[in-house]
Every structure is written in structure tokens, then in C-alpha cells.
Ligand binder design. Sequence first.
Ligand code: FAD
Length: 364
Amino acid sequence: MQNHDRIHVIGGGIIGLLSARELLAAGRSVVLFDRQELGRESSWAGGGILSPLYPWRYPAAVNRLAAVSRALYPELCQRLYHNTGIDPEWVSSGLLVLDDNEREAAKNWAESESICLEPVDALSLRSLEPVLAGRFSQGLWMPQIAQVRNPRLIAALKHDLLRSGGDFRENVAIQGFSGRAGRLQGLVTSAGDVSVKQCLVAAGAWTAGLLQARGVPLPIEPVRGQMLLFRCRPGLVRHILLRDYHYVIPRRDGRLLVGSTLEHVGFDKTTTVEAREALQQAALELVPALADCEIERHWAGLRPGSPAGIPFIGEHPGLKGLVVCAGHYRNGFALGPASARLAVDLVLGREPLLDPGPYRLDRR
Ligand SMILES: Cc1cc2nc3c(=O)[nH]c(=O)nc-3n(C[C@H](O)[C@H](O)[C@H](O)COP(=O)(O)OP(=O)(O)OC[C@H]3O[C@@H](n4cnc5c(N)ncnc54)[C@H](O)[C@@H]3O)c2cc1C
């Protein structure tokens, strides 16, 4: 099969879909492979908070991608809704951080990023979030932090890409790459060999395994996260609440996500009773009224974990034409639009949106 004028994308999670969209917007034709129905892995399982949790704890390389993405989201979601009729539910619901001892670091970070962050006392907490447990006497209020509803954003992207001529090959697994003289030549797939010149790998937690045979060991590993979904009345909880890495995310229809665990258990998406109990307990400590709400669902997903959460975005040093965009760990949605743009800049040889140095595949 000859496909030399096309760009091949591997992986139909948020990163692969946003990258495909960037490529189509640049006038290139795109073939996107996923080994199953697209958007069913980490990108389905996640919470859709559009900021790293405790962003002041992250390196600048992560916050740079987050800042650009934050600016791109409102228009992206508006366009997707307009083009497809599917509302990704971008909602600027704001984030209330309820941990102690974060104030100084958070204030310094917010000043440097020009983000609004207000320390709030017990009275303001009550008026912001009337159902919050009474024991909290102070917090940090970040009104600009937004969220999206993952399955809706994925569905909107899929429809928009189909509309723009994107070619999806679902249920086709990539098994390897072939090259000659240091240049990419082909993909080995479960449906036969495909001749290619340029390829963007966005295979999430599976990226390291896929590239293993190509001589660049990438430290990307699966990190399981479990999540609970409560069914509540709309408006019961108004804002995203965060304490000790546990969070509550209220959706418009009253559903409420509670996350999450961090577990190093390989490629195992089993849910556990211990995690269900721990998440339920954490949720009740934040919002006691959840005791009256039904738990509708419990699931697990595999984050593409990377050192310090800095994704790998760059060309493979031993195989020209192969660009990787993976390892977004806890922040694939928060960093997605900027990561995809940077990756596509590198694929197309455009002036990069950001200095690509911190994201190189061979960085230390
Ligand atoms: C519980 C939980 C909560 C989270 N909450 C948030 C949050 O609030 N905000 C946030 O920003 N991020 C959050 N995340 C992280 C975020 O979901 C991930 O960083 C993001 O989804 C990664 O996207 P991806 O496209 O790289 O990977 P994935 O979504 O995992 O997609 C990879 C795709 O590649 C395909 N694939 C793999 N191997 C092959 C192959 N050999 N051939 C073909 N296809 C292949 C897979 O089938 C899959 O569809 C959360 C994650 C979890 C698990």
C-alpha cells in the first residue's frame, strides 16, 4: 500500500485526535490507527480537569503547555460544538483547593502565571460551596480553572475529523516500524504492512512498548487511576473540589466524578473494593451530602506516566519521520491542545510553538 502523501497517527486518544485535527487544519491528509474503538483508554477514563492538580508543584515545562492549552480550549470547544452538535461541556467551574500549607507556593505561582487565585476564609467557603463539610476553615479559590466532559470531547473530535476527511482505521494494531538508512519506511500492522514516510505516535501508556525495538527506551509506564461516578441533583456541588489529591468534579447534569488512585500495577484495569471505599470516604469527607447519592459506576484507566509528568514530544533520534507525542501522565487533557500543536509543528517542520528542548525523547 502506498501512502506517502499522508501522515499516519497511531492512537486515537485525546492526543492522537487533537494531533490529527492539527494536521488536517494544516491541509495534510491523515490516517489514524487505533487497535480498538478509539477514545476508550485513559482519555475516556479521566476527569477532564483542565489544569494540573497543584500546578505550582510541577516543572515549568508542564505549566507552559498547560497555559497555552488553557487559552486554546474555549474556541476549540465552541468550534467543535458548532461543527458537530456535540457539546464537550467546557465549563469554567473553578477549583477550590482545600489543603493546608499550599498558600505561599500557590500565590507565587499564580502571580508568575497571571492566574487569579484568592485565599478564602470559612465564610467565603460556605458561600462558594454550601454543601462543603463544615470542618474546612480556609481554602484557595481558582475561578478560572475549567473542565470538559471527556467522552463528549472525544466524540466531538471524532465527528469533526470525519467531517474534515480524516480516515480512521479502528481495530488495527501497530506492531512495529520498518526503516532504512535511519528513515521511517513502513508500519507493520495487524492488517498488513503499510508504506509510510511520516508518522506521529500517540499511543499513551503503550508508547514505550511500541518503540522498544527501535533503540530509544522511553520511561513511559502505565499508572492506574480509579474513579467513582455519583448521580446527584444538578447544582448540588458547584465547583471542582480538591484535597490531598482527591477531587470531586460536578458535571452539568448532576453527575459527579470522584478521583482518583495512583497505582503502579502494570497494564491492569481491574477495579478494587479498597479503592472504591477509599474514594467514597474521601468524597464524603468533602461533601457529606453525597451519602444520599447513588454510586452509578466505578472504573479504572491507565495514565501514560512519565518522569515529573513531562510528556515526550519530539522526533525519534534514530528514525527520521517518526515523531512521538506521549507520556502526559495526569494531564493529557490539560496539556493536549498545546502538545498536539507542538508535535505537528515538528512533523511539518514549522516554527515550533514552544521550545521543544524540554520534551525531547533523549532528554536526561
Ligand atoms: C482516573 C484518571 C483521571 C484523570 N484525570 C485527568 C484530568 O482531570 N485532567 C487531565 O488533563 N488528565 C487526566 N487524566 C490523564 C489523561 O486522561 C491522560 O493523560 C490522557 O488521556 C492521555 O491521552 P493519550 O491520548 O496519550 O492516551 P490514551 O487515551 O490512553 O490513548 C492511547 C490510544 O492508543 C491506542 N493504542 C495503544 N497501542 C496501540 C497500538 N499498538 N496500535 C494502535 N493503537 C494503539 C489505544 O487503544 C488508545 O486508544 C486522568 C487519567 C485517569 C486514568
